[in-house]
Unconditional design. Structure first.
Length: 74
């Protein structure tokens, strides 16, 4: 994961549609509970998300984003 702004982190890139297109999830840090936009299958990122306070909410934009990672994110 990499920090983009003080309150916004980007997960490790994934390539579910081939090497020429990448996807990321974004973690927005908030006092009211962190928000994860999209889904990440990058298990190594889950430790970072947990260290940053976990998530209070997760927003998905497509049903294909629901997968094993959705249940495992802290």
């Amino acid at each position: 994961m990499r920090q983009i702004y003080p309150d916004l982190w980007q997960t490790t890139p994934e390539h579910p549609f081939g090497e020429h297109m990448s996807t990321h999830a974004y973690l927005l840090l908030r006092e009211e509970g962190n928000v994860l936009f999209y889904n990440s299958a990058m298990v190594a990122d889950y430790d970072v998300i947990a260290a940053l306070g976990g998530i209070g909410r997760q927003y998905l934009s497509h049903k294909d984003e629901v997968g094993p990672g959705t249940e495992r994110v802290p």
